[in-house]
Ligand binder design. Structure first.
Ligand code: TPP
Length: 562
């Protein structure tokens, strides 16, 4: 039967099991939008292509499966770049499909022509410029296979308009692209790992996003208890161990607890799983875990020894390797080491004023928010102080429940990612915690949220500043505040109403938590603007470039144990 390139792409996506796409049409990709007319694939029309990229990321981060975003050539494609780069740094499986000018026009500075292939080359796992229908049939399944296999990541497919409009008879459709199993590591490597861990007196697990990507959460928990190893997590691995698990030492690095950093210095063996020794996590690398032998299990060989030399580096899938490790690793009780972890955690709690005194202190606010939400709620964040307060104070207890831009740190991530999460996880409550700076970077997606009516609540932690910038200027630039205070502040609740959503401004003087609870309890999407103290800082904080144990804390602030 005769097909156009556009109907072929639609069929390939349907066969791939794609139910939802996010994007914005335009000239070069219009033939594909024409083919979508009447398709069973749902198209979510965002208001900016970056929003489409993050909607797709929200879907992918919740499901672990590749999700798709679409844009036209030129400005449509360039608007997608930040979301693609973001997926690259956080290893999120994303397939970004862009229209391109027809092939005879490529290289002529045609209307809306930009070299999307060249631009996406350094920010994707792989990218394609498709030149024929035959290539399209090969490329689309391959793109999904590449995005999901090994270390997940973004794949870009640029399709010229004349490929969309070309016709061909298709007799045999290719099989959909699927995640390929990673080759198992050698027995000798598992033996060496078991020996290293069995010989350790003070072992510690350093867990990254690869644990979630591999579905290894339960195995990691079993391992921690098998050898009495406390665990630290990166931002993107929060929830791997429940926040209240006695072996969970919380997030490591720049905004991790002081007790966490001190325990890491005492460890004699660090087992890093699916983590990449990012500078925000390690602090000054030369002083990272100076006493420890380091074993590193990562699916991506390129990460081995990239930042920190290791005693043992194993390339493999975390779930597969851990299952084999657990079969031969005997249980080892280490009561003194566990007691030391408990002692350091108790000695260095998160400091914040008592809730009764300052209910809207961000730490108190986040703890109250968690009590108001169901335990399977999904939290997305933007980037800044509010993001770090969420990481420090929200009691995540499962993977895929915090969606945040870790590697790229992209302001504007939170709202569209929340929309994607709500699309991918129907029935689950989704909350986006944002700042008054970040929300403005993709606020147009409130219109998309209004279209869809999803149960997303956007909480704006409003401190009238680019808070994290203000904090750095206070702490490291002698209080010289430069371009971190907003001259004017929009009425966010009114803006939300303008988009057709419920908008609420919390009055701090009248039972603010009661107002928040009521706002969250009402059905449908909403935006809640919450004034917080302008000068509140996220502490602890390791000064950029310093070692993790040189973290700054705020001894003057009262400690509350609620
Ligand atoms: C797109 C982008 N531009 C600039 C930055 C640098 N940056 C990091 S945090 C921050 C301030 C964020 O302010 P806000 O969203 O109000 O959050 P707050 O820190 O006040 O909680 C800025 C400008 C960034 N991360 N992303």
């Amino acid at each position: 039967m005769q097909h156009t390139g556009a109907t072929i792409l639609r069929t390939l996506l349907e066969r791939q099991g794609i139910h939802t796409l996010a994007g914005i049409p335009g000239g070069a990709i219009l033939p594909f939008y024409d083919a979508l007319h009447g398709s069973r694939i749902r198209h979510v029309l965002t208001r900016h292509e970056q929003g489409a990229g993050f909607v797709a990321q929200g879907m992918a981060r919740v499901t672990g499966r590749a999700a798709v975003c679409l844009a036209t050539s030129g400005p449509g494609a360039t608007n997608l770049l930040t979301a693609i780069a973001d997926a690259h740094l956080d290893s999120v499986p994303l397939v970004a499909i862009t229209g391109q000018v027809s092939q005879p026009l490529i290289g002529t500075d045609a209307f809306q022509e930009v070299d999307t292939y060249g631009l996406t080359l350094p920010i994707t796992k792989h990218n394609f410029l498709v030149r024929s229908i035959d290539e399209l049939l090969e490329t689309v399944p391959l793109a999904f296979r590449l995005a999901e296999s090994g270390r997940p990541g973004p794949v870009a497919i640029d399709i010229p308009k004349d490929v969309f409009t070309a016709c061909a008879d298709i007799v045999d459709w290719p099989e959909p692209g699927r995640r390929e199993a990673t080759p198992p590591c050698a027995e000798a490597e598992i033996d060496a790992l078991a020996a290293l861990l069995a010989g350790a007196q003070r072992p510690l697990l350093y867990l990254g996003g690869g644990v979630t990507a591999s579905g290894a959460t339960a195995l990691v928990r079993e391992l921690a208890y098998r050898i009495d190893a406390p665990a630290v997590t990166t931002l993107n691995a929060l929830g791997t161990l429940a926040a209240d698990d006695p072996l969970n030492m919380g997030m490591l690095g720049m905004h991790g607890g002081k007790g966490t950093s001190l325990l890491m210095r005492e460890a004699d063996a660090i087992f890093a799983i699916g983590a990449r020794f990012d500078d925000r996590a390690t602090g000054k690398v030369a002083e990272f875990c100076p006493q420890a032998a380091i074993a590193h299990l990562d699916i991506d060989r390129a990460e081995h020894g990239k930042i920190r030399s290791t005693t043992l580096a194993i390339a493999g899938d975390a779930a597969e390797a851990l299952a084999r490790l657990l079969r031969r690793l005997p249980a080892q009780a280490k009561p003194e080491w566990r007691a030391r972890a408990a002692e350091l955690r108790a000695a260095h709690p998160l400091r914040h004023p008592p809730a009764a005194e300052e209910p809207l202190h961000p730490v108190n606010l986040i703890r109250s928010l968690a009590r108001m939400l169901p335990c399977d709620a999904i939290v997305t964040t933007d980037v800044g102080q509010h993001q770090m307060w969420v990481a420090q104070a929200y009691p995540f207890d499962r993977p895929h429940s915090l969606l945040t831009s870790g590697g790229l740190g992209t302001m504007g991530f939170g709202l569209p990612a929340a929309i994607g999460a709500a699309l991918a996880a129907p029935g689950r409550r989704v909350v986006c915690v944002s700042g008054d700076g970040s929300i403005l970077m993709n606020i147009q997606e409130l219109a998309t949220l209004a279209d869809l009516g999803l149960p997303v609540a956007v909480l704006v932690f409003n401190n009238a500043h680019l808070g994290l910038v203000r904090q750095q200027q206070e702490l490291f630039y002698g209080g010289r505040y430069s371009a971190s205070r907003f001259q004017s502040s929009p009425d966010f609740a009114a803006i939300a109403r303008g988009f057709g959503l419920r908008g609420v401004t919390i009055d701090p003087a009248r039972d603010p938590l009661g107002q928040l609870d009521a706002a969250l309890a009402a059905p449908g999407p909403c935006l809640i603007d919450i004034p917080i103290r302008e000068t509140a800082n996220v502490l602890p904080m390791v000064p950029p470039g310093a070692a993790n144990h040189q973290t700054l804390t705020e001894p003057a602030i009262a400690i509350s144990h609620d």
